[in-house]
Design a protein around this ligand. Sequence first.
Ligand code: NAD
Length: 322
Amino acid sequence: MSRILLMHPILDPGPQILAEAAEVIAYPAGGPLDEASIRQAAEGCVGIVSQLMDPIRETVLSTPGLKCVSNVAVGFDNIDVAAATAHKVMVTNTPGVLDDATSDFAFTLLMTTARRVVEADHFIRSGQFHGWAIDMMLGQDIYGATLGIIGIGRIGRGVAHRAKGFNMRILYYDPQPLPQEAEEQLGATRVDLNRLIAESDFISVHVPLTPETQHLISTPQFNAMKRNAILVNTSRGPVIDEAALVEALNAKKLAGAGLDVYEREPAVHPHLIPMANVVLAPHIASATVRTRSEMSAMAARNMATAVRGGRPPNLLNPEVKR
Ligand code: NAD
């Protein structure tokens, strides 16, 4: 029976789907996540079920007999897809099933930051609430504000749908324009990045991490933001220059930030920790029971199909399997 390496546990029904297709070898819990260790564990395996913290690059992809890497995520910046293609290794991801959970969470961060919910909760729990006051915990209006969406793919569009219900003016920046019908339906206007930055009260980032999007938001962008702007990031940490964000927040160049992802995850820039106008989440945008289960099933089905010699439904490098 073929062997596959499961880097981290996945949720039901993923394990059953994998077990029906192959012998599953579990990577040691808490084991080192460097390429050499993963390569060693992958010897003799036809597949690896990976997650975003697993570096799957040349060293791993050159493992003899390796046929498929199935990432339990829609983002695949942890995998060198070009090297996989060169070694004829299929790479798959889990698009679509996490759109609603992730869009909901981007909106949750937007609202929580704008209305200072985390700060308010701490205020109560630390015994500081002694009665209503007209100037207590003043936040930013959401209804009717301008939202700038950077990257209007599956999740960016989901955020736009939600924003429509809040009567927001929607600007977006994406090299791929939406079809005219979708623009009209969402009430979204395509603009360049400079205009989006300059006019938005809220900026929500939904691009993949690529060499082009690394530090897409850095000092020049922070300098051009409205002083009341709130930045939300549920994409990947390195899209935002975290040191520049800290500087900009200290200089009050923007009003706050809602972050799910970090430049050096799981490390968080220490200066962000005490900032009351920053809401920090531990990379949980897709973390609902249903979504994580569907991601697990989808990743397992991709792997099972590859192991059986088929073409996985979510193949990122179709040139490997004609
Ligand atoms: P998608 O491919 O459907 O959409 C990405 C969009 O970004 C596309 O429309 C693309 O044209 C656009 N884009 C690419 N480069 C750009 C650039 N330089 N400037 C502006 N736009 C650019 O992807 P998706 O399914 O919407 O997911 C987006 C990203 O969100 C994923 O790649 C992943 O990294 C991240 N994500 C994070 C979580 C989380 O748990 N925090 C969950 C799901 C997805």
